[in-house]
Write a protein that binds this ligand. Sequence first.
Ligand code: PLP
Length: 476
Amino acid sequence: MTDALPEKGVPGEQILAELRELRAGDLPTHGGRLFAYVYDPALDGLDDLARAAHATSAHVNGLDPTAFPSLLAMENALVAAAARLLGGGPATVGSVTSGGTESLILAVKAARDAHPRIRSPRLVIPSSAHAAFAKAAHYLRVGLDVVPVQDLRADPRAMAAAITPDTVLIAASAPSYAHGVVDPIPEIAATAAEHGIRFHVDACFGGWILPYLRRLGADLPHFDLAVPGVTSISVDLHKYAYAPKGVSILLHASEELRRPQYFAHADWPGYTMINPVISSTRSGGPIAAAYATLRSIGDAGYLALAGKTRESVRVLAAAVEATDGVRLYAPAETSVVCLASDGVDLFVLADELAARGWHTQPQMAHAGHPPSIHLTVTAAVHATVESFAPGLAAAVDAARARGPVQLPPLPPLTAEAVTPELIASLAEGLGLGAGDFTQMATVNTILNAAPPALREALLTGFLSLLQRPTHGDVMT
Ligand SMILES: *Cc1c(COP(=O)(O)O)cnc(C)c1O
């Protein structure tokens, strides 16, 4: 790695060449063969537009909308668009955040701080809810009541039974990230309303595609602010709105519901700080890029993209169903295809798919669920989808030929026993030292066998090992 602070500045051309070289080692963000992390509409010219829009506002600071009214105007327009798409009414308000996690943390914070007299506030979620809720609970010291799902979906009765006098928020997903299924939002909303408890719909993943899938005739439950009892909803623009990273929207059904989300502090010698979201200084870049993306694609454009996505999901799901050795694990009702093993080692399969240029996301066994492979499907997949079935068949054959991962007997290990030295020797032994992450079956098999606390400790240790300053062979 080159030096980030060279003795003398380096010409721009050279720096951009370095960046391109670095980027060449990443998974492909475009081309419809990476089924996680990235969302690609494959629209000509859109990247250039978003880039230009990002550049116009990159140095603008969202800290103070009176200094930079351009950002306020764009934010209000984005919130209005989201509210229109997601069943908002005249009282709906919202905030632009940096991502789904921030939107969820703020939904939990608003609920917590709406009840200053509840000393030990609690949050009720289905076990399928996104990990960001656990993070919110952890950061905000809110108790977490995790309710088992039934057939992959939140169970409204069990959710109702989990409510206590300390419950400040109930949440569910539309759809869940792992399996892509929509929770029964109207039933849960009715319970929440009955108890006078806030109900957040996490539509971070699917909020910008579900309305279009419904318009295209998909049989999906109502899930948005139009459902009585839904008090807030989140949607990530950097997912199915296809905006560059760094933009999500949190909508509240009313101003009053949003109020405890804000943080204000005047009791210091500097400027009075009023923050609707977690960050204080915020770049206008992602907001301008999202604004440009929405205006460029437009409602009809999103409908067409949803149609391509839906067709791609159908073809992928059919490929899974037609392939011996794997099976669909969840109904492919939204924009996720989730497959499980029907005889083949899934972690070996994931490596074999990757070797053929199909990059999927393995998911570990959890609470009665077997390991699975997750595919986030976006419109770009449409162009390559017909070649998936032969690729999958070949990968399954290769995985069968290799056979399942055979772990050597491992010493018993607990989360507490994980030390930096142990992580370093494990990483070396597993061939991860050189930064090659293409052969992950053994690693995934070990992680899959580990209980969640140990899995967390191992991966935390590993990330911590990766995140070390690069000194050493400094070049100019
Ligand atoms: C992606 C996602 C989140 C978290 O969003 P980030 O933008 O990664 O912070 C939360 N909920 C669901 C359902 C998601 O898919």
